[in-house]
Write a protein that binds this ligand. Structure first.
Ligand code: HEM
Length: 407
């Protein structure tokens, strides 16, 4: 951009092995997100997610699948249920962090996120099976961006083996559920996907249920862990924000009999919700969004050639002072007013906009409640360097001292 000027908000380069157009202004991003047939979502190693996954299908098949998935994870009663289910593990995890006294926030956030994924998605309790599933997902995720060499010893080969084993485990869980359906309703996402019907009464097929459970774990695991880690990081760096967050949450705490809060409480926690939004903006978990041009496309006199990779660089928006005042300052009050249209695209745009955005928001708000009302912590390396791939993360994975607040 320095070389060619701002122009229309796109430039060409060569990235990740392909000739590439980078887009960054709201108008051109919108053009890319909304021209779904021209700018195709083309996941690498899509077979690892499954051919029936929401990210693998296009056009009417995608609209159909998305309706099912959104129906199961974003309905108000699902969110109410999710808020309840995640709290016991969050409370237990925070207690154990204080007992340890020093933690790597990213590693610990991953553990508790995965325990909650196990419970929410398939009613799996912590234990050897869940640990195995966690290892298998780690192997699968590494294969998604690896070189496509399917030879023993390669990340790609290992990822395929992991996917086969995950299939076997989820098939077994699915069969168990079918047998028990009349006796026990576990009310997890797998049950939801097995039972939800469209307007004509049609249900998803078994392999569709499994492929979408796998995709939801891939989409929700690192993203939720990273968001929790960044909340811990920024609240340590901005004690004035933590103070206001604590005040709001202490006030809610006083109105409750037990430890749990509800999704109705969360909707009243105005400042907390702004902290959630600001964390997600600053975290830039999906810094770029990938598409492939399926034909030559013209935008304001420039040609985007067929076959080129198109990367929507959303981080550019979220760190730009034209759209966000003093953008590197963690300032939840900026959310007193909504962002200008097209300038806040943490969850993408168009028909592929993140299906789990409400789920991650409610989980973060509940986490902030338990974190801020009972604990204090300090960054041990406040100036730690950042690494940017695959996601922006402090190099020390947010090493903190952590303790319970004295009453
Ligand atoms: C802060 C956390 C998260 C961020 C920043 C995020 C970001 C995104 C982005 C940018 C996309 C669009 C990708 C594209 O257009 O190519 C996306 C899609 C998606 N996300 Fe998220 N996500 C988050 C959490 C979650 C969670 C918790 C879930 C579910 C458990 C989830 C499920 C999905 C699914 C299923 C899609 C694909 C939607 C489709 O293709 O129709 N995400 N996410």
């Amino acid at each position: 951009m320095i070389r060619y000027g701002d122009g229309v908000g796109m430039y060409r380069t060569h990235l990740f092995g392909s000739p590439t157009i980078i887009t960054c202004f709201p108008d051109v991003n919108k053009y890319v997100f909304q021209s779904e047939e021209t700018f195709f979502l083309d996941w690498p190693r899509v077979e690892l997610m499954g051919q029936n996954s929401i990210v693998a299908v296009h056009g009417p098949a995608h609209v159909r699948l998305r309706r099912y998935v959104i129906g199961v994870i974003n309905r108000p009663d699902s969110l109410r249920h999710i808020a309840q289910v995640v709290q016991p593990r969050m409370i237990a995890a925070l207690k154990s962090w204080a007992q340890k006294g020093r933690i790597k926030a990213y590693d610990e956030a991953k553990k508790v996120t995965f325990e909650n994924i196990g419970k929410l998605f398939a009613s799996l309790e912590p234990g050897p099976l869940l640990d195995t599933i966690d290892d298998l997902f780690t192997g699968l995720i590494k294969g998604i961006r690896a070189q496509p060499f399917n030879i023993p010893g390669s990340a790609c080969h290992h990822a395929r083996q992991c996917r086969k084993k995950l299939d076997a485990i989820f098939w077994m869980e699915l069969e168990k559920k079918k047998k028990n359906q009349k006796e026990v309703s576990t009310n997890d996402l797998m049950d939801g996907l097995m039972q939800i019907k469209d307007d004509e009464g049609n249900k998803l097929g078994d392999q569709e249920v499994i492929d979408n459970i796998v995709s939801l774990v891939v989409a929700g695991y690192a993203s939720t862990s990273l968001a929790s880690m960044w909340a811990i990081y920024y609240l340590a760096k901005f004690p004035n924000v933590l103070q206001k967050l604590r005040e709001e949450n202490m006030a809610i705490r006083k109105t409750k009999e037990g430890d749990f809060i509800t999704s109705e409480d969360v909707s009243k926690m105005k400042y907390t919700n702004k902290v959630v939004e600001e964390t997600i903006r600053m975290a830039n978990i999906a810094a770029f969004i990938f598409r492939t041009a399926t034909k030559d496309a013209e935008y304001k006199g420039y040609i985007i050639p067929k076959g080129w990779q198109v990367i929507v660089w959303v981080r550019y928006l979220h760190t730009n002072s034209e759209y966000f005042d003093d953008p590197m300052c963690f300032n939840p009050n900026r959310w007193n007013d909504p962002a200008r249209p097209g300038t806040y695209q943490v969850f993408g745009g168009g028909s592929r906009i993140c299906a789990g955005n409400m789920l991650v928001r409610i989980q973060l708000a509940v986490f902030l409640h338990h974190l801020s009302t009972a604990y204090e912590w300090k960054l041990l390396n406040p100036n730690a360097e950042m690494v940017y791939l695959p996601h922006p993360t402090p190099i020390d994975r947010v090493d903190v001292s952590f303790k319970r607040i004295k009453k």
